[in-house]
Design a protein around this ligand. Structure first.
Ligand code: GAL
Length: 961
């Protein structure tokens, strides 16, 4: 006989239903004149290993939790207590538990949370018809709630609000709120969103007083007729009342429409009208933005005009607090986005904290609001048992859709609802789309996973290669009849993992060429690195997870601390609202307004002339207030007399006045052109090499007679070169993702051994006025090699090196880099250069690099990618000075200097692995391979490949003063 016990008290954990006890979802607002009490702060916590390890006696008043730990709510318990309560887990799409829906492991960390609170002394006494509501804005992944010992419900849907009526249970003092949170639940199957799994009460907990006659749900309908310039407002409200908008002289009953002249809301011109919804018991502030979103003629149009998304995917992230974000952090995201010319956010892959959407309304960002849904792990079993195609789960899906739409429906910034991400296809998704279309016909529905566009109003893809995107733009991509009528967006592209993404300018060109392509959203906003003493920032595997996806969680345009990475600066340039370009040296500059709605009156323009990178003259430029899409040729003042040297102009567009998001003078766009090109450095070969024992002298330089290696130039000692170098520490995009269909060169480079090249000295020849060193550079095991000749000459002061490279054998991969490397003393620190800057740039990430005269330090040149990799190259360098050495290039070169070797950079897995040595390693590159986006997407386009082919390049070295 077997004895079987089951614990019915935890059955809800594996129940596919969304939960029980919660009130119907409704519109969210930050505050009103009704009282509320924040229950954020210090809570007591006990974590148990299983869902049923503890009974529910802790929820009863009088329970002594004095011995429990204290944690902060909002928060995740695995990010508090230094691991005492468990650790974070990162997986991309694999479920970190057996796929056995709806079951979850017996090992199910469960956090019992307790908070005792008093009502404020001015909390209204109970009145007929009044109530109180307890609101949870986000709990991962399943919670059961008791107030004063009475169970009030349980719920799932981690990033969605849940409210409970609690009036009957409240006491003036000593209220005991008990929340049992399970890390895993049936809901976890719907939340497989490529991020850290972080249990906890991670958004606000609030007690809301609900006066008699107070507002329940309400829906602000505010459309804009772009032909007549009028806005139509109607506020539907469950509890009838009046709608007041003083600036528009509106005072109407709820449910009544009124049409008045207004300024429309767009992300470029986010006009909000302050109003109020007034019912018998409450005054709720409204912020109304009038706009109309439709698909018309196959295009997404807002207020009659097609728009172009210059967007980003945003997960919520803070390096210490995880997904518990405070308002200032959210504001920082919005400000950074606006200051970098972004105009759109996809809230991947769940509705964000609602306050974020208030900020989008206020500062102006188009939003695709995405439902808290992803079942990506089912792809491993060909989507068998996928919850979105199983009717038992449909109530949970509909609940999630409703909680998103009802919460966020009053935000003008939200123009598209997204059903979720990477959940395959199925009836449940169709049901969600039908429900959303029925509830809100004023917005579009998006879902990337259904390429037939059965349920959607936009054709959306992720990481489609450039050539396919172009075909789609041309309408040659086929697909269902419905899809062919729809506009196209890339809901994810430009994978910003590590160094990159490359090739986004090429995408932007396509977006701007073909009407049907309405832009896209870079993946993603922020690196989800966890601040950690051991590593700087931790990523997958750093917490000992048995299954993880490493640093795939660090793929943002900003570092975990929100410092912009070069990728963000590149994107800012690529999507600038004004395009500024030369007209082939005819003294005019062509200015184009790249905005969709606003004219150029918000911007002031400046011009300047530079000689050898230094500004010599500047002034302001009058540019007409061009309409969206319009261009004009504007005459520049006469350029300065040529005094020799390279001459060029720079024109900049700046904010003309302070705005909400940036001060007057903030640069939004720039362009440059050359007027007089530089002359390449020349050195007459007038001095012959002289051999003396083990040393060869050539003017100011000494060489090792046996190897032909430079040892010193005047007083500057040189180690380890200059000698040919083709290796770079592979970037995440070099290595590529294993699922990519194109060739992963990072993998082939390592296989070929480009990181272990050998240098065979063929000859060291003093011949006439040159020292020639012939070598063959090749990896063990293969026949391929690079015949490399170094030819040194001098005029007695300056030393010229010409490197000639001839590939031998069958090279079927491009080279990571082609140039020379050498070491300087560790005292080398200050760097000056004339060329591209101020930041790093590679062949397909060069947009933001502008020609000028720049200064930095060796440390300042480094880009601290969370997983160290190739970084910091300055492109198009004419000359550079470092450690007493001046180098001029013919042609321009790319320049890198660091306090560790490429091999050390390659071996490092975290920032903390990199420690300065006693040499500064300098790379002067004739070329670098492009960066691409192959960590999830295409590799570099062919035009950015560094082919192994014959090459010759020259550097002129001298001592700098
Ligand atoms: C997509 C997915 C994102 C993220 C990205 C790669 O497939 O939607 O959540 O995983 O790839 O970083």
């Amino acid at each position: 006989m077997s004895i079987r016990t089951t614990s019915s008290s935890v059955d809800y954990v594996e129940d596919v239903s969304p939960g029980s006890g919660a009130l119907a979802p409704r519109a969210w607002y930050a505050s009103s004149d009704a009282m509320s009490l924040s229950l954020n702060g210090s809570w007591r916590l006990r974590v148990s290993p299983t869902a049923d390890a503890e009974d529910d006696t802790f929820a009863a008043p009088g329970f002594d939790a004095g011995g429990w730990a204290e944690v902060t709510v909002p928060g995740h318990w695995v990010l508090q207590g230094d691991g005492a309560f468990g650790l974070p887990i990162y997986t991309n799409h694999l479920y970190p538990f057996p796929v056995d829906p709806p079951h979850v492991p017996t090992e199910n960390p469960t956090g019992d949370h307790l908070r005792v609170f008093d009502l404020p002394s001015d909390w209204p006494d109970h009145a007929e018809g009044a109530g109180a509501v307890l609101r949870f804005d986000g709990v991962e992944s399943c919670a059961r709630v008791w107030l004063n010992g009475t169970e009030i419900g349980e719920f799932k849907g981690s990033r969605l609000p849940h409210e409970f009526a609690v009036e009957q249970l409240l006491k003036p003092t000593g209220n005991v709120l008990a929340v049992r949170v399970h890390q895993w639940s049936a809901g976890s199957y719907l939340e497989d969103q490529d991020q850290w799994w972080l249990p906890g009460i991670f958004r606000d907990v609030t007690l809301l007083h609900r006066p008699a006659g107070s507002v329940r749900d309400f829906f602000v309908h505010a459309s804009y007729d772009h032909v007549g310039g009028a806005g139509t407002l109607r506020v539907d409200s469950e509890v009838a009342g009046r709608v007041l908008v003083p600036a528009l002289d509106i005072d109407v009953a709820t449910g009544e429409s009124v049409t008045v002249p207004v300024e429309a809301w767009t992300a470029e011109t986010p006009t909000l009208y302050a109003g109020e919804l007034v019912t018998a018991g409450e005054r709720v502030p409204l912020r109304i933005g009038f706009r109309t979103v439709v698909v018309e003629d196959g295009l997404i149009k807002v207020n009659g005009a097609p728009l172009l998304f210059k967007g980003v995917n945003r997960h919520e992230w803070h390096p210490v607090n995880g997904r518990a974000l405070d308002l200032e952090t959210m504001r920082e995201d919005v400000l950074l986005m606006k200051r970098h010319n972004l105009n759109a956010v996809r809230t991947s892959h769940y509705p964000p904290h609602p306050a974020f959407l208030d900020l989008c309304d206020e500062y102006g960002l188009w939003v695709i609001d995405e439902c808290d849904l992803e079942t990506h792990g089912f792809t491993e079993q060909d989507w068998r048992d996928n919850p979105v195609d199983d009717d038992r789960w449909t109530p949970a899906l509909l609940d999630r859709a409703a909680r998103m739409v009802e919460r966020d429906k009053n935000h003008p910034s939200v123009v598209i609802w997204s059903l979720g991400n990477e959940a395959g296809t199925g009836r449940g998704l169709t049901a969600m789309a039908e429900w959303i279309h029925g509830r809100d016909s004023s917005r579009l529905v998006h879902y990337e996973g259904d390429w037939n566009c059965r349920d959607t109003d936009v054709y959306s893809r992720m990481y489609a290669f450039h050539d396919e995107v172009e075909k789609i733009g041309q309408g040659l991509d086929g697909g269902t009849h419905k899809r062919r009528q729809l506009p196209f967006i890339q809901c994810e592209y430009g994978h910003a993992m590590g160094n990159g993404p490359g090739g986004i300018a090429d995408y932007q060109e396509l977006f701007e060429t073909y009407e049907r392509l309405q832009g896209g959203f870079i993946w993603e906003w922020i690196d989800h690195g966890v601040q950690d003493e051991r590593f700087g920032y931790a990523y997958g595997g750093d917490f000992g997870e048995e299954l993880h996806d490493g640093n795939f969680v660090c793929d943002g345009l900003v570092f975990p601390d929100r410092t912009p990475s070069p990728g963000l600066l590149e994107y800012k340039k690529v999507i600038e609202p004004v395009h500024i370009e030369g007209n082939g040296g005819d003294g005019t500059v062509r200015i184009t307004n790249k905005q969709d709605f606003a004219d150029l009156s918000a911007f002031a323009f400046t011009w300047s002339y530079q000689v050898d990178g230094e500004s010599v003259e500047s002034g302001s430029l009058t540019v007409p207030a061009l309409a969206p899409g319009a261009s004009a040729d504007v005459k520049l003042p006469a350029p300065p007399e040529s005094r020799g040297g390279e001459t060029g102009w720079t024109v900049r567009a700046l904010l003309a006045a302070d705005t909400l998001w940036g001060p007057a003078g903030h640069e939004v766009a720039w362009g440059q052109d050359t007027i007089v090109a530089r002359t390449a450095p020349s050195v007459a070969a007038t001095v012959a090499p002289a051999a003396d024992g083990g040393v060869i002298t050539l003017g100011p330089a000494t060489f090792d007679a046996r190897t032909g290696t430079l040892r010193a130039l005047g007083g500057v000692e040189v180690t380890g070169g200059p000698r040919l170098d083709v290796w770079r520490a592979p970037t995440d995009n070099d290595d590529g993702a294993e699922w990519q269909s194109d060739t992963r060169y990072g993998v082939l480079w390592r296989k070929l051994g480009l990181h272990r090249m050998r240098h065979r000295i063929v000859a060291v020849e003093a011949d006439g006025n040159a020292l020639t060193v012939r070598t063959r550079v090749a990896p063990a095991a293969w026949e391929v090699g690079l015949a490399t000749v170094y030819r040194w000459t001098t005029d007695g002061e300056r030393l010229r090196l010409t490197v000639s490279v001839t590939p031998e054998g069958d090279w079927n991969v491009p080279l990571p880099r082609l140039g020379v490397r050498f070491g300087l003393a560790a005292s080398a620190d200050r760097v000056r250069w004339f060329g591209g800057g101020p930041g790093e740039a590679y062949p397909d990430t060069k947009g933001a690099s502008r020609i000028g005269s720049w200064e930095s330090t060796v440390d300042g040149l480094q880009t601290p990618y969370v997983r160290p990799q190739e970084n910091g190259a300055r492109a198009d360098v004419r000359w550079a000075e470092l450690g007493g050495l001046r180098v001029e290039g013919d042609p321009e070169f790319s320049f890198t200097a660091r306090r560790w070797t490429t091999e050390q950079l390659d071996a490092a897995t975290h920032r903390t692995d990199l420690t300065p040595g006693d040499t500064v390693w300098v790379n002067l590159d004739h070329g670098q391979h492009g960066i691409g986006s192959q960590s999830c997407g295409p590799g570099p386009l062919p035009q950015y490949h560094l082919r192994a082919e014959r090459a010759e390049f020259t550097f002129v070295f001298s001592e700098s003063r």
